[in-house]
Design a binder for this molecule. Sequence first.
Ligand SMILES: [Zn+2]
Length: 88
Amino acid sequence: MPLWLKLIAGSAFFVLAIWAGLAILRGLANPGPDRDGSETVDVEAEDVRYRCGVCGLEIRMTRAPADDAKPPRHCMEEMEPVDAAANQ
Ligand SMILES: [Zn+2]
């Protein structure tokens, strides 16, 4: 293999490695969806409760996203809403 070919191959590998490393770092630095707390509503008075169907954990919601009413997840499953009046 001639020297000029080694230099080109080495330079190409160097650029590729730097590019891949920067792409990984960019992915790690991405903060994800904007959730600064300004889009949530207070649901404490509504006594919203959820129970995990797998392990039985029960939680009471105090704040929830205003736009997204999906139930929280636990044990990789969506939690089931609990009828608060039935527990009193
Ligand atoms: Zn669970």
